[in-house]
Design a protein around this ligand. Sequence first.
Ligand SMILES: Cc1ncc(COP(=O)(O)O)c(C=O)c1O
Length: 413
Amino acid sequence: MKLAQRLSRLGTETAFDVLAEVNELRRQGRNIIALSIGEPACNTADYIKNAAKKALDENYTHYSPSAGIPEFREVIAKYVASTRGIPVQPEEVVVVPGGKPIIFFAMLACVEEGDEVIYPLPGYPIYESMINFAGAKAVPLRLREERGFSFDVQELRSKITERTKMIIVNSPHNPTGGIIPKQDLHEIAELSLKHDFWVLSDEIYSRIVYEGKAESISQFPGMKERTIILDGHSKTYAMTGWRVGYGVMPKHLAASVAKLMTNSNSCTATFTQHAAMAAMLGPQETVDEMVKDFRAHRDLIVDGLNLIDGFFCRKPVGAFYAYPNVTRACRTHGFKDSKQMQQFLLHKGGVAVLGQQCFGTRSPEDDQDYIRLSYVSSVEDIKEALRRIETSLNNSKLVEEFLDEQRTKEMAK
Ligand SMILES: Cc1ncc(COP(=O)(O)O)c(C=O)c1O
C-alpha cells in the first residue's frame, strides 16, 4: 500500500537511531559510553516521583482539559512571567507532552505552504523536518564558530523575504551550547516587527546556563504578541521520559494549539501534569546542584578535548553539549567527514557521539567538521570516553582497518 506523499518531507532526530545502534552493540556485549543523547543522566528527584505516586493514588487518571490542568497553567504563567519579565495569563499557556510538540503545533498553526521559515544551522533537527513537513521552505541561518556560534545579523537580514513567516531561535543552543546576545535578540525583534513574522523561541535549556543570562526575545516591546515560547521539564527536572512541556503564546494561537491537542493527544497525561506542577513548586536545589555538576563536567570535557590532536573546542556557556571542531582530525586520519568519525568512534572506540549531519543539512559552503558530545554522564565515564577517543584515533592500524571496512561496504553497494 502506498504511503502519503507528505511523509517524504518528514525528517527525523538521528540521535534516536544512534541510541538504537548503541543498544544493539550493548546487547552484543560491547561496552559503549554514550555521549550521544541529550538527557540528564541523573534521575528525577524523589519529591517529583512522590507527587506522581500521590496523584495516581488520588485517581488523577482521567482526561484533563486539552490545554492542561488550570492550576498547572497558572503556575507556568507565573513562572514564565517572573523569569522572562513579561505579563503572562494562564490562557496563554498550553501544556503538551514534551517540548517537541510545540514545534510541531506551531508549524501547523502558523505556517502556510510556500511560506519561508528561517532556522539555525546547525540546529535541533526537528526544526528543519517540521518546516519541510508543513510544506514551507526551510531557510538556514548559519551559526558561525568565530562568532561564538552566533549568527551574523547582516546575513539574517539578507534571508528575509516577503514570504518569511517565522524565525526559530534557540538559546541556549543545541548543539553548540551558545547563547544569543541580548543585542542580537533585540535586532531580531525589530526585524520581526518590521517584516511581521512570528518568532518560535526554543528556551528548553533556559535554566542550564553557566555564564551570563539567557534572555528571552519575548521581553522586547511588541514581541509577546508574536512570540511562541517553548519550554518544559525534560532537561530542567531530568524528566525526559515523562513527556511534559509547554508553550506560551498569544491567546488566539493558544486556543488553536489546544484544538490541535484535542485532535491528537486529547491531553497531556493528568498525573504527569500534577508531578510536573509539584516539580515547579517544590525545592529548586536539585536543579541548581545538577547545573553545578554540569559546569564541572563541561570544564573536564572541554579541557580534555582540547588536548586531542586535531580537535578544537570552545567553552559552551549553556545547555550540556560540547561541539568541538574536528576538521583537522578528520583530514589527518582520512575520515570523509564527521559522520565517518562518529561511526569510527562508536564501532572502534566504544564511544557514541553525534556528527554534525545530525543537526541539519550541510550547506555546500560548509567545509568544517564538528561532533557533539553530551556531557551529562558521570565524571568517570567522561574521563574514560576522552581516553578512548584519543587512544583509538592514535591507533593507526585501527583507523586503517575501519577505513578498509568502509571501502568494502561502499563497493558492495
Ligand atoms: C533544542 C531542543 N528543543 C526541544 C527539545 C525537545 O524536548 P522534549 O524532549 O521535551 O520534547 C530538545 C530535546 O533534545 C532540544 O534539544
